[in-house]
Design a protein around this ligand. Structure first.
Ligand code: SF4
Ligand code: SF4
Length: 450
Protein backbone atom coordinates (compact mmCIF):
# COMPACT_ATOMS: atom_id res chain seq x y z
CA UNK A 1 0.00 0.00 0.00
CA UNK A 2 1.32 3.44 -0.88
CA UNK A 3 2.08 6.14 1.68
CA UNK A 4 -0.57 8.39 0.12
CA UNK A 5 -3.18 5.67 0.63
CA UNK A 6 -2.33 5.40 4.33
CA UNK A 7 -2.88 9.14 4.73
CA UNK A 8 -6.49 8.82 3.56
CA UNK A 9 -9.28 8.38 6.06
CA UNK A 10 -10.79 5.01 6.95
CA UNK A 11 -12.62 3.20 9.76
CA UNK A 12 -10.89 1.52 12.69
CA UNK A 13 -9.78 -2.13 12.45
CA UNK A 14 -10.62 -4.11 9.27
CA UNK A 15 -8.36 -6.20 7.04
CA UNK A 16 -6.54 -6.04 3.73
CA UNK A 17 -7.30 -9.10 1.59
CA UNK A 18 -5.58 -9.26 -1.83
CA UNK A 19 -7.66 -7.06 -4.16
CA UNK A 20 -7.55 -9.34 -7.24
CA UNK A 21 -9.41 -6.79 -9.33
CA UNK A 22 -6.79 -6.54 -12.09
CA UNK A 23 -8.42 -9.00 -14.49
CA UNK A 24 -11.71 -7.05 -14.78
CA UNK A 25 -11.27 -3.46 -13.55
CA UNK A 26 -10.28 -2.23 -17.01
CA UNK A 27 -12.95 -4.22 -18.90
CA UNK A 28 -15.84 -2.19 -20.28
CA UNK A 29 -19.41 -3.30 -19.55
CA UNK A 30 -20.71 -5.65 -22.29
CA UNK A 31 -24.37 -6.46 -22.82
CA UNK A 32 -24.87 -10.21 -22.68
CA UNK A 33 -27.05 -11.62 -25.50
CA UNK A 34 -30.54 -12.76 -24.47
CA UNK A 35 -30.98 -16.45 -23.68
CA UNK A 36 -33.90 -18.85 -23.99
CA UNK A 37 -35.26 -18.91 -20.42
CA UNK A 38 -35.28 -16.73 -17.32
CA UNK A 39 -36.25 -17.56 -13.75
CA UNK A 40 -37.46 -14.86 -11.37
CA UNK A 41 -37.54 -16.00 -7.72
CA UNK A 42 -40.17 -14.05 -5.78
CA UNK A 43 -38.03 -13.61 -2.68
CA UNK A 44 -34.84 -11.97 -3.88
CA UNK A 45 -34.97 -8.99 -1.49
CA UNK A 46 -35.18 -8.43 2.25
CA UNK A 47 -38.84 -8.52 3.34
CA UNK A 48 -42.03 -10.28 2.24
CA UNK A 49 -41.89 -12.26 -1.04
CA UNK A 50 -43.63 -10.77 -4.09
CA UNK A 51 -46.98 -12.22 -5.26
CA UNK A 52 -47.47 -13.34 -8.89
CA UNK A 53 -49.91 -11.20 -10.92
CA UNK A 54 -49.61 -13.13 -14.21
CA UNK A 55 -50.67 -16.66 -15.13
CA UNK A 56 -48.95 -19.55 -16.89
CA UNK A 57 -49.22 -19.14 -20.67
CA UNK A 58 -49.55 -15.34 -20.50
CA UNK A 59 -47.50 -13.21 -22.92
CA UNK A 60 -45.40 -10.57 -21.14
CA UNK A 61 -43.38 -7.57 -22.28
CA UNK A 62 -39.89 -6.58 -21.20
CA UNK A 63 -40.35 -4.44 -18.08
CA UNK A 64 -43.95 -5.56 -17.42
CA UNK A 65 -44.83 -6.17 -13.78
CA UNK A 66 -45.23 -9.92 -13.21
CA UNK A 67 -45.48 -9.96 -9.39
CA UNK A 68 -46.81 -7.40 -6.90
CA UNK A 69 -45.03 -6.32 -3.73
CA UNK A 70 -45.98 -8.58 -0.82
CA UNK A 71 -46.19 -5.71 1.68
CA UNK A 72 -44.49 -2.43 2.52
CA UNK A 73 -41.09 -4.05 3.03
CA UNK A 74 -41.20 -5.80 -0.33
CA UNK A 75 -40.94 -4.95 -4.04
CA UNK A 76 -42.66 -6.06 -7.26
CA UNK A 77 -40.89 -8.12 -9.92
CA UNK A 78 -40.77 -7.37 -13.65
CA UNK A 79 -40.19 -9.48 -16.72
CA UNK A 80 -36.62 -9.08 -18.01
CA UNK A 81 -37.72 -10.04 -21.56
CA UNK A 82 -40.56 -10.12 -24.06
CA UNK A 83 -41.79 -13.69 -23.78
CA UNK A 84 -44.30 -16.09 -22.26
CA UNK A 85 -44.78 -17.35 -18.71
CA UNK A 86 -44.07 -21.09 -18.78
CA UNK A 87 -44.21 -21.95 -15.07
CA UNK A 88 -44.99 -20.52 -11.65
CA UNK A 89 -43.75 -23.06 -9.17
CA UNK A 90 -41.23 -23.88 -6.47
CA UNK A 91 -37.72 -23.78 -7.90
CA UNK A 92 -34.28 -23.87 -6.39
CA UNK A 93 -33.03 -20.47 -5.24
CA UNK A 94 -29.27 -19.80 -5.71
CA UNK A 95 -28.86 -20.28 -1.95
CA UNK A 96 -30.19 -23.88 -2.19
CA UNK A 97 -33.69 -23.53 -0.70
CA UNK A 98 -36.89 -23.88 -2.76
CA UNK A 99 -38.89 -20.74 -3.50
CA UNK A 100 -41.89 -19.79 -5.63
CA UNK A 101 -40.49 -18.51 -8.94
CA UNK A 102 -41.75 -17.37 -12.34
CA UNK A 103 -40.18 -18.92 -15.43
CA UNK A 104 -40.31 -16.96 -18.68
CA UNK A 105 -39.47 -18.26 -22.11
CA UNK A 106 -38.01 -15.42 -24.19
CA UNK A 107 -39.69 -14.55 -27.48
CA UNK A 108 -36.96 -15.45 -29.94
CA UNK A 109 -38.37 -13.13 -32.62
CA UNK A 110 -38.40 -10.08 -30.35
CA UNK A 111 -35.66 -7.44 -30.56
CA UNK A 112 -35.95 -7.19 -26.74
CA UNK A 113 -35.77 -3.41 -27.05
CA UNK A 114 -37.16 -1.80 -23.92
CA UNK A 115 -40.06 0.49 -24.80
CA UNK A 116 -39.01 3.80 -23.26
CA UNK A 117 -41.76 5.51 -21.25
CA UNK A 118 -42.23 9.25 -20.73
CA UNK A 119 -40.09 10.70 -17.93
CA UNK A 120 -41.76 10.98 -14.52
CA UNK A 121 -42.00 14.49 -13.12
CA UNK A 122 -40.34 13.56 -9.81
CA UNK A 123 -40.31 17.15 -8.56
CA UNK A 124 -44.12 17.11 -8.48
CA UNK A 125 -44.28 14.06 -6.19
CA UNK A 126 -44.73 14.25 -2.43
CA UNK A 127 -42.73 11.94 -0.16
CA UNK A 128 -45.35 9.18 -0.20
CA UNK A 129 -45.78 9.29 -3.97
CA UNK A 130 -42.02 9.28 -4.44
CA UNK A 131 -41.60 6.20 -2.24
CA UNK A 132 -44.45 4.50 -4.15
CA UNK A 133 -42.70 5.21 -7.46
CA UNK A 134 -39.40 3.79 -6.19
CA UNK A 135 -41.23 0.69 -4.95
CA UNK A 136 -43.02 0.30 -8.33
CA UNK A 137 -39.62 0.15 -10.01
CA UNK A 138 -38.72 -2.91 -7.92
CA UNK A 139 -35.62 -1.11 -6.67
CA UNK A 140 -33.42 -2.67 -4.03
CA UNK A 141 -29.89 -1.87 -2.93
CA UNK A 142 -27.56 -3.27 -5.58
CA UNK A 143 -24.59 -3.60 -3.23
CA UNK A 144 -25.64 -7.12 -2.21
CA UNK A 145 -28.06 -6.80 0.73
CA UNK A 146 -31.08 -6.17 -1.60
CA UNK A 147 -32.90 -3.99 0.93
CA UNK A 148 -35.93 -2.27 -0.70
CA UNK A 149 -34.84 1.29 -1.55
CA UNK A 150 -38.23 2.94 -0.92
CA UNK A 151 -38.07 1.81 2.73
CA UNK A 152 -34.77 3.64 3.13
CA UNK A 153 -36.25 6.78 1.58
CA UNK A 154 -39.28 6.70 3.92
CA UNK A 155 -37.61 8.59 6.76
CA UNK A 156 -39.41 7.77 10.07
CA UNK A 157 -41.38 10.51 11.73
CA UNK A 158 -39.32 12.63 14.10
CA UNK A 159 -36.12 11.94 12.11
CA UNK A 160 -34.60 14.01 9.34
CA UNK A 161 -32.19 13.08 6.57
CA UNK A 162 -29.50 15.73 6.25
CA UNK A 163 -26.83 13.80 4.38
CA UNK A 164 -27.00 11.28 1.53
CA UNK A 165 -23.97 8.97 1.55
CA UNK A 166 -23.15 6.84 -1.46
CA UNK A 167 -21.08 3.73 -1.31
CA UNK A 168 -18.67 3.49 -4.23
CA UNK A 169 -16.07 1.54 -2.22
CA UNK A 170 -16.61 -1.93 -3.66
CA UNK A 171 -14.28 -3.31 -1.00
CA UNK A 172 -14.87 -7.01 -1.74
CA UNK A 173 -11.95 -8.59 -3.67
CA UNK A 174 -12.49 -9.38 -7.37
CA UNK A 175 -15.66 -7.27 -7.81
CA UNK A 176 -15.45 -4.35 -10.23
CA UNK A 177 -19.06 -3.82 -11.36
CA UNK A 178 -19.50 -0.59 -9.33
CA UNK A 179 -16.11 0.61 -10.57
CA UNK A 180 -17.28 0.22 -14.18
CA UNK A 181 -20.72 1.75 -13.54
CA UNK A 182 -19.10 4.87 -12.01
CA UNK A 183 -16.49 5.07 -14.80
CA UNK A 184 -18.84 4.47 -17.74
CA UNK A 185 -22.21 5.77 -16.55
CA UNK A 186 -21.30 8.69 -14.25
CA UNK A 187 -24.16 10.83 -15.64
CA UNK A 188 -26.75 8.19 -14.64
CA UNK A 189 -25.21 7.81 -11.16
CA UNK A 190 -25.26 11.58 -10.58
CA UNK A 191 -28.71 11.98 -12.13
CA UNK A 192 -30.17 9.35 -9.75
CA UNK A 193 -28.27 10.98 -6.88
CA UNK A 194 -29.76 14.36 -7.69
CA UNK A 195 -33.29 12.87 -7.72
CA UNK A 196 -32.90 11.03 -4.38
CA UNK A 197 -31.02 13.90 -2.67
CA UNK A 198 -33.65 16.39 -3.76
CA UNK A 199 -36.47 14.19 -2.47
CA UNK A 200 -34.83 13.52 0.86
CA UNK A 201 -34.15 17.25 1.17
CA UNK A 202 -30.55 16.64 2.29
CA UNK A 203 -28.03 19.43 2.61
CA UNK A 204 -25.11 17.48 1.18
CA UNK A 205 -24.21 14.27 -0.61
CA UNK A 206 -20.89 12.47 -0.23
CA UNK A 207 -19.76 9.62 -2.47
CA UNK A 208 -17.08 7.44 -0.87
CA UNK A 209 -14.75 5.81 -3.39
CA UNK A 210 -11.74 3.69 -2.45
CA UNK A 211 -8.33 4.86 -3.55
CA UNK A 212 -7.93 2.05 -6.10
CA UNK A 213 -10.64 3.56 -8.36
CA UNK A 214 -9.13 6.89 -9.34
CA UNK A 215 -10.68 6.66 -12.83
CA UNK A 216 -14.16 6.21 -11.36
CA UNK A 217 -13.78 9.12 -8.92
CA UNK A 218 -12.54 11.36 -11.74
CA UNK A 219 -15.44 10.37 -14.00
CA UNK A 220 -17.98 11.28 -11.30
CA UNK A 221 -16.27 14.59 -10.46
CA UNK A 222 -16.27 15.51 -14.15
CA UNK A 223 -20.08 15.47 -14.38
CA UNK A 224 -21.03 17.02 -11.01
CA UNK A 225 -22.34 20.59 -11.23
CA UNK A 226 -21.38 22.93 -8.34
CA UNK A 227 -25.02 23.58 -7.34
CA UNK A 228 -25.58 19.84 -6.78
CA UNK A 229 -23.54 19.90 -3.54
CA UNK A 230 -22.04 16.48 -4.17
CA UNK A 231 -18.53 15.59 -2.94
CA UNK A 232 -16.55 12.62 -4.11
CA UNK A 233 -14.26 11.62 -1.27
CA UNK A 234 -11.46 9.10 -1.64
CA UNK A 235 -10.87 6.69 1.24
CA UNK A 236 -8.24 4.03 1.99
CA UNK A 237 -8.56 0.58 0.46
CA UNK A 238 -9.75 -1.57 3.35
CA UNK A 239 -12.31 -4.30 4.02
CA UNK A 240 -15.27 -4.00 4.97
CA UNK A 241 -15.38 -0.30 4.13
CA UNK A 242 -18.57 -0.69 2.08
CA UNK A 243 -20.59 -1.58 5.20
CA UNK A 244 -22.81 1.39 6.06
CA UNK A 245 -21.45 2.00 9.54
CA UNK A 246 -17.84 1.65 8.40
CA UNK A 247 -18.30 4.03 5.50
CA UNK A 248 -19.80 6.69 7.78
CA UNK A 249 -16.88 6.31 10.15
CA UNK A 250 -14.38 6.47 7.30
CA UNK A 251 -15.91 9.59 5.75
CA UNK A 252 -16.94 11.60 8.81
CA UNK A 253 -15.22 9.99 11.82
CA UNK A 254 -18.66 9.36 13.35
CA UNK A 255 -19.76 6.12 14.94
CA UNK A 256 -23.27 4.73 14.48
CA UNK A 257 -23.91 3.13 17.91
CA UNK A 258 -24.89 -0.55 18.21
CA UNK A 259 -28.63 -0.95 17.70
CA UNK A 260 -28.91 2.38 15.84
CA UNK A 261 -29.18 3.12 12.13
CA UNK A 262 -27.48 5.73 9.93
CA UNK A 263 -30.74 7.74 9.90
CA UNK A 264 -30.27 8.26 13.66
CA UNK A 265 -27.30 10.44 12.59
CA UNK A 266 -29.37 12.01 9.80
CA UNK A 267 -27.77 9.86 7.10
CA UNK A 268 -29.17 7.66 4.33
CA UNK A 269 -26.63 5.29 2.74
CA UNK A 270 -27.08 3.81 -0.75
CA UNK A 271 -24.97 2.03 -3.33
CA UNK A 272 -23.86 3.93 -6.45
CA UNK A 273 -25.38 1.35 -8.81
CA UNK A 274 -28.76 1.91 -7.18
CA UNK A 275 -28.54 5.57 -8.16
CA UNK A 276 -28.16 4.67 -11.84
CA UNK A 277 -31.23 2.40 -11.50
CA UNK A 278 -33.21 5.30 -9.95
CA UNK A 279 -32.38 7.43 -13.00
CA UNK A 280 -33.49 4.61 -15.34
CA UNK A 281 -36.91 4.53 -13.70
CA UNK A 282 -37.64 8.25 -13.47
CA UNK A 283 -36.16 9.23 -16.84
CA UNK A 284 -37.20 6.27 -19.04
CA UNK A 285 -39.62 4.16 -17.02
CA UNK A 286 -37.29 1.17 -16.90
CA UNK A 287 -37.72 -0.91 -13.73
CA UNK A 288 -34.95 -3.01 -12.26
CA UNK A 289 -34.75 -5.74 -14.93
CA UNK A 290 -30.99 -5.90 -15.46
CA UNK A 291 -27.77 -5.18 -13.63
CA UNK A 292 -24.00 -5.26 -14.08
CA UNK A 293 -22.29 -8.41 -12.80
CA UNK A 294 -18.55 -9.08 -12.53
CA UNK A 295 -17.64 -12.58 -13.75
CA UNK A 296 -14.17 -13.40 -12.50
CA UNK A 297 -11.92 -15.63 -10.44
CA UNK A 298 -9.13 -17.98 -11.51
CA UNK A 299 -11.60 -20.58 -12.77
CA UNK A 300 -13.30 -18.32 -15.36
CA UNK A 301 -11.82 -18.54 -18.86
CA UNK A 302 -12.82 -15.04 -20.00
CA UNK A 303 -13.43 -12.62 -17.09
CA UNK A 304 -15.91 -9.83 -17.87
CA UNK A 305 -18.23 -7.13 -16.58
CA UNK A 306 -21.63 -7.95 -18.09
CA UNK A 307 -24.97 -6.19 -18.24
CA UNK A 308 -27.30 -9.13 -17.59
CA UNK A 309 -31.11 -9.45 -17.32
CA UNK A 310 -32.19 -10.42 -13.78
CA UNK A 311 -33.13 -14.10 -13.84
CA UNK A 312 -30.43 -15.22 -16.31
CA UNK A 313 -29.14 -18.70 -15.37
CA UNK A 314 -25.56 -18.60 -14.05
CA UNK A 315 -24.64 -21.42 -16.44
CA UNK A 316 -25.52 -19.26 -19.47
CA UNK A 317 -23.40 -16.39 -18.15
CA UNK A 318 -20.43 -18.68 -17.53
CA UNK A 319 -20.82 -20.19 -21.01
CA UNK A 320 -20.81 -16.69 -22.50
CA UNK A 321 -17.52 -16.14 -20.64
CA UNK A 322 -15.90 -19.18 -22.26
CA UNK A 323 -16.78 -21.66 -19.51
CA UNK A 324 -14.94 -22.86 -16.42
CA UNK A 325 -11.46 -24.30 -16.22
CA UNK A 326 -11.31 -28.04 -15.46
CA UNK A 327 -10.12 -27.64 -11.88
CA UNK A 328 -13.02 -25.45 -10.64
CA UNK A 329 -14.71 -26.77 -7.53
CA UNK A 330 -16.60 -23.73 -6.19
CA UNK A 331 -18.70 -20.97 -7.75
CA UNK A 332 -19.65 -18.06 -5.51
CA UNK A 333 -22.38 -15.46 -5.99
CA UNK A 334 -21.17 -12.11 -4.64
CA UNK A 335 -17.69 -11.45 -3.29
CA UNK A 336 -15.37 -14.03 -1.69
CA UNK A 337 -15.77 -12.52 1.82
CA UNK A 338 -19.57 -12.26 2.10
CA UNK A 339 -20.88 -14.11 -0.95
CA UNK A 340 -22.33 -17.62 -0.83
CA UNK A 341 -21.53 -20.85 -2.63
CA UNK A 342 -23.92 -21.53 -5.46
CA UNK A 343 -25.97 -24.70 -5.13
CA UNK A 344 -26.49 -25.22 -8.88
CA UNK A 345 -25.28 -23.45 -12.03
CA UNK A 346 -28.90 -23.52 -13.26
CA UNK A 347 -29.87 -21.03 -10.54
CA UNK A 348 -30.49 -17.47 -11.77
CA UNK A 349 -28.74 -14.22 -10.89
CA UNK A 350 -30.73 -11.98 -8.57
CA UNK A 351 -31.09 -8.22 -8.11
CA UNK A 352 -28.43 -8.35 -5.40
CA UNK A 353 -25.89 -10.40 -7.40
CA UNK A 354 -22.78 -8.30 -7.93
CA UNK A 355 -20.45 -11.11 -8.95
CA UNK A 356 -20.03 -14.68 -10.14
CA UNK A 357 -16.63 -15.97 -9.02
CA UNK A 358 -15.13 -19.36 -9.82
CA UNK A 359 -12.37 -20.84 -7.69
CA UNK A 360 -10.20 -23.88 -8.17
CA UNK A 361 -9.53 -26.67 -5.73
CA UNK A 362 -6.24 -25.27 -4.47
CA UNK A 363 -7.91 -21.98 -3.53
CA UNK A 364 -10.86 -23.50 -1.74
CA UNK A 365 -9.14 -26.27 0.21
CA UNK A 366 -9.97 -25.87 3.90
CA UNK A 367 -6.70 -25.24 5.75
CA UNK A 368 -6.12 -27.25 8.89
CA UNK A 369 -7.61 -25.66 11.98
CA UNK A 370 -5.37 -25.15 15.03
CA UNK A 371 -6.20 -24.16 18.58
CA UNK A 372 -6.62 -20.52 19.48
CA UNK A 373 -3.30 -18.96 20.45
CA UNK A 374 -5.01 -15.90 22.00
CA UNK A 375 -3.19 -13.57 19.63
CA UNK A 376 -6.13 -11.10 19.49
CA UNK A 377 -5.82 -10.61 15.73
CA UNK A 378 -9.53 -11.30 15.32
CA UNK A 379 -10.32 -8.52 17.82
CA UNK A 380 -8.04 -6.14 15.95
CA UNK A 381 -9.80 -7.06 12.68
CA UNK A 382 -13.38 -6.66 13.87
CA UNK A 383 -14.72 -3.25 12.79
CA UNK A 384 -17.54 -3.51 15.35
CA UNK A 385 -15.18 -4.15 18.30
CA UNK A 386 -16.73 -7.52 19.06
CA UNK A 387 -14.77 -10.44 20.51
CA UNK A 388 -14.91 -13.00 17.67
CA UNK A 389 -12.71 -15.51 19.48
CA UNK A 390 -15.06 -15.55 22.48
CA UNK A 391 -18.15 -15.66 20.24
CA UNK A 392 -16.70 -18.62 18.33
CA UNK A 393 -15.97 -20.55 21.54
CA UNK A 394 -19.43 -19.88 22.97
CA UNK A 395 -21.15 -20.80 19.70
CA UNK A 396 -19.29 -24.12 19.57
CA UNK A 397 -20.79 -25.14 22.92
CA UNK A 398 -24.21 -23.54 22.32
CA UNK A 399 -24.06 -21.01 25.21
CA UNK A 400 -26.79 -18.79 23.81
CA UNK A 401 -27.24 -16.73 27.01
CA UNK A 402 -23.60 -15.67 26.99
CA UNK A 403 -23.60 -15.17 23.22
CA UNK A 404 -26.19 -12.45 23.73
CA UNK A 405 -24.07 -10.80 26.41
CA UNK A 406 -21.23 -10.68 23.89
CA UNK A 407 -23.51 -8.93 21.35
CA UNK A 408 -23.65 -11.81 18.88
CA UNK A 409 -26.54 -10.27 16.92
CA UNK A 410 -24.54 -7.06 16.22
CA UNK A 411 -22.13 -9.10 14.05
CA UNK A 412 -22.59 -8.28 10.35
CA UNK A 413 -20.84 -11.48 9.22
CA UNK A 414 -18.18 -9.61 7.28
CA UNK A 415 -15.65 -12.45 7.86
CA UNK A 416 -12.78 -10.07 8.63
CA UNK A 417 -12.10 -12.07 11.83
CA UNK A 418 -11.91 -15.41 9.98
CA UNK A 419 -9.58 -13.85 7.43
CA UNK A 420 -7.26 -12.55 10.17
CA UNK A 421 -7.11 -15.72 12.28
CA UNK A 422 -3.68 -17.46 11.97
CA UNK A 423 -5.17 -20.65 13.47
CA UNK A 424 -7.71 -20.91 10.60
CA UNK A 425 -10.63 -21.01 13.03
CA UNK A 426 -13.84 -20.60 10.98
CA UNK A 427 -15.06 -17.78 13.23
CA UNK A 428 -17.78 -16.36 10.98
CA UNK A 429 -19.15 -19.84 10.37
CA UNK A 430 -19.33 -20.49 14.13
CA UNK A 431 -20.99 -17.10 14.62
CA UNK A 432 -23.67 -18.01 12.05
CA UNK A 433 -24.26 -21.31 13.85
CA UNK A 434 -24.59 -19.36 17.13
CA UNK A 435 -27.10 -16.96 15.54
CA UNK A 436 -29.23 -19.85 14.25
CA UNK A 437 -29.26 -21.45 17.70
CA UNK A 438 -30.22 -18.16 19.34
CA UNK A 439 -33.00 -17.49 16.80
CA UNK A 440 -34.38 -21.01 17.27
CA UNK A 441 -34.36 -20.57 21.04
CA UNK A 442 -36.12 -17.18 20.82
CA UNK A 443 -38.77 -18.62 18.47
CA UNK A 444 -39.38 -21.56 20.85
CA UNK A 445 -39.73 -19.16 23.81
CA UNK A 446 -42.18 -17.01 21.87
CA UNK A 447 -44.25 -20.04 20.92
CA UNK A 448 -44.29 -21.33 24.49
CA UNK A 449 -45.45 -17.95 25.85
CA UNK A 450 -48.20 -17.42 23.22
S1 SF4 B 1 -17.78 -11.35 11.14
FE1 SF4 B 1 -18.68 -10.32 12.91
S2 SF4 B 1 -17.27 -10.72 14.58
FE2 SF4 B 1 -16.17 -11.17 12.68
S3 SF4 B 1 -15.13 -9.26 12.15
FE3 SF4 B 1 -17.10 -9.20 11.09
S4 SF4 B 1 -18.48 -8.14 12.49
FE4 SF4 B 1 -16.69 -8.75 13.70
S1 SF4 C 1 -7.27 -14.62 15.72
FE1 SF4 C 1 -7.69 -16.80 15.97
S2 SF4 C 1 -6.01 -17.54 17.19
FE2 SF4 C 1 -5.97 -15.32 17.40
S3 SF4 C 1 -7.25 -14.92 19.21
FE3 SF4 C 1 -8.61 -14.82 17.47
S4 SF4 C 1 -9.47 -16.89 17.34
FE4 SF4 C 1 -7.63 -17.02 18.62
Amino acid sequence: MSQSSLQLSSFRNGVHPAENKGSTEGLRIERMPFVERYLIPLGQHIGAPSKPCVGVGEEVRRGQQIADAGGFVSVPQHSPVDGRVTAIEQRRHPGGQYMLSIEIEADRFSTQEFEVQPAIDWRALDAKEFAAQVQSAGLVGLGGAAFPSHVKYAVPEGKKATHLVLNGCECEPYLTCDHRVMSEWPEAVIRGTEIVASHLGVERTTIGVENNKAEAAAALRAVIRPEQNIDVQTVQVKYPQGAEKMLIQALFGKEVPAGKLPIDLGMVVNNVGTMAAVADWFDRGQPLIERVVTVSGPGIKRPANLLVPIGTPVRAIIDFCGGLTDDVNQVILGGPMMGFTLSSLDAPILKGTSGILAFTESQTAHPQEYTCIRCARCLEACPLFLNPSRLGKLARVGRTDELQEYHLMDCMECAACSFACPSNIPLVHLIRVGKSALRAEMAAEKKASS
